[in-house]
Write a protein that binds this ligand. Structure first.
Ligand code: ADP
Length: 446
């Protein structure tokens, strides 16, 4: 406000002075022209002048006409200017043919602007015309401006402070609620959300914050669920091992019974180590610690080898695995992981098939991608379960009833392997009729 007020004052002051100077200049030029045209002698009487040159009479300013040595020869009826002699500076400038502007104070009080204008005949200075005008009205206007600025500036500052305080308060209120929500979340309550309807920056911040809390909540819930599932899955074999061992130790048994108990315990220990191994693998995958080779892999060879393994796996329950279609397919990736991926899916197909069932395998190039299809005629998966079987530890009730030896981690690992190879894995299944798993991977040539 101070800068603005000062600038306004300076600009107005200049404008007033420029206006006065221009008027004086115009008046002087008009009067001088008259004087030059009518070739005055150096001495004139006021009445003659007024009669002969009505232009001069029209000047609303006062004027003097000085002789070439600065002595006064004529002045307007307006007496105001009496007693203001021609200054040495103006006289010197007039002798050199220059006009001069000056500001003086009449009786040390009224400000007057003076213009001294030389009138020449050829090279000779004949008269010096001085036109003057009071600056009082301009000064009055400027002092009124100062008054307005003195009152107006603090008022404007006060009003803008109040307005700013009000607006900032309104704009920042949602920030307060964000802070409060954040404090409550720090206290462990992740159900907190910020309620806002505004669509501005704060509104967007609030909704981003809400999304973030929602993701955090989901992630924490998932982690808790995961820990609970992991403990549960590990506790079952531990309970079995403990129970069997305690029972065996209750009284002396035959070596065969001990052997049986130890074999059963070994089975459970195997299961636990498998769970721990798979968990470790997934945790390392989450941390990005698993390194993947990226080399050409002959996928049809991998599938053929897995078919023979599947025959061994299904041997006990008479389940046959047939390779229905195979063509040479090369992909870029990690052979060992791709083998694990196909084996997991084929192992599931065998595991969830009824005794004497068949599993069909095929590997083809479809739509420019490598496609492995594993089809079984087993228990099948209900549509709402198809979305979640890739979650860690998720096993359908039907699967639990059908096969004891699952961990619920196999498909989670499969999904991770497929995704790191830029592929997809899809299910098409009907309960009681069987499932078809389709793995699609980019071809090496692509
Ligand atoms: P699991 O060790 O239990 O087989 P997976 O992660 O490999 O764990 O599979 C998760 C679940 O998906 C299984 O428990 C089962 O419910 C279901 N599932 C997987 N493959 C099949 C299949 N071929 N037929 C029916 N259900 C399947």
């Amino acid at each position: 406000m101070l800068g603005f007020a000062s600038a306004l004052y300076v600009v107005m002051e200049r404008a007033v002075q420029d206006h006065v100077d221009r008027e004086l200049d115009e008046a002087a030029i008009a009067a001088a022209r008259s004087l030059e045209e009518h070739r005055f002698g150096p001495f004139l009487l006021l009445d003659d002048l007024a009669h002969a040159f009505p232009e001069l009479a029209l000047i609303d300013k006062f004027f003097h006409i000085f002789g070439p040595h600065g002595q006064i020869t004529l002045q307007s009826a307006n007496i105001k200017s009496r007693g203001i002699p021609l200054s040495q500076t103006s006289l010197k400038a007039a002798l050199q043919g220059h006009t001069t502007f000056e500001t003086v104070r009449f009786h040390n009080e009224i400000p007057i602007r003076l213009l001294s204008y030389p009138i020449r005949h050829g090279d000779t200075l004949v008269n010096i015309l001085r036109v003057g005008m009071s600056l009082r009205s301009g000064e009055d206007m400027l002092s009124r401006l100062v008054f307005v600025l003195l009152i107006g500036s603090p008022l404007a500052v006060a009003v803008s402070m109040l307005g700013g305080w009000f607006l900032a308060g309104r704009a920042l209120r949602p920030v307060d609620s964000i802070t409060l929500a954040a404090q409550r979340i720090t206290g462990g309550d992740l159900t907190q959300r910020i309620h806002t309807t505004s669509k501005d920056e704060i509104g967007r911040l609030a909704s981003t914050f809400n999304d973030m809390i929602a993701r955090l909540e989901a992630s924490i819930r998932q982690t808790r669920q995961f820990s609970a599932d992991a403990s549960h899955e590990l506790r079952t074999p531990l309970t079995i091992t403990k129970g069997e061992t305690e029972l065996a130790l209750r009284k002396p048994r035959s070596p065969d019974t001990y052997r049986e108990v130890l074999e059963s315990n070994l089975e459970e220990i195997d299961r636990m180590s498998r769970i721990v191994d798979e968990l470790l693998f997934l945790s390392r995958a989450d941390l990005g610690e698993i390194t993947m080779a990226s080399v050409p892999v002959q996928l049809d060879t991998v599938v053929r080898e897995i078919q023979s393994q599947a025959m061994v796996l299904g041997n006990e329950r008479g389940i046959e695995t047939i390779l229905e279609h195979s063509e040479p397919v090369q992909v870029l990736g990690d052979e060992w992981r791709l083998r694990e991926l196909v084996l997991n899916v084929v192992d599931n197909a065998v595991k969830y098939s009824p005794p004497g069932g068949t599993v069909q395998l095929s590997i083809t190039t479809t739509d420019g991608r490598a496609q492995i299809v594993v089809q079984d005629h087993g228990i099948g998966i209900a549509p709402d379960e198809q979305r979640v079987i890739f979650d860690r530890f998720h096993r359908t009730d039907a699967a639990r009833a059908h096969a004891q030896q699952g961990t619920g981690l196999g498909l989670a690992i499969c999904k991770w392997i497929v995704e790191t190879h830029h592929g997809t894995i899809d299910i098409d299944s009907a309960v009681g009729q069987g499932s078809r798993f389709t793995i699609s991977l980019p071809l090496l040539s692509a």
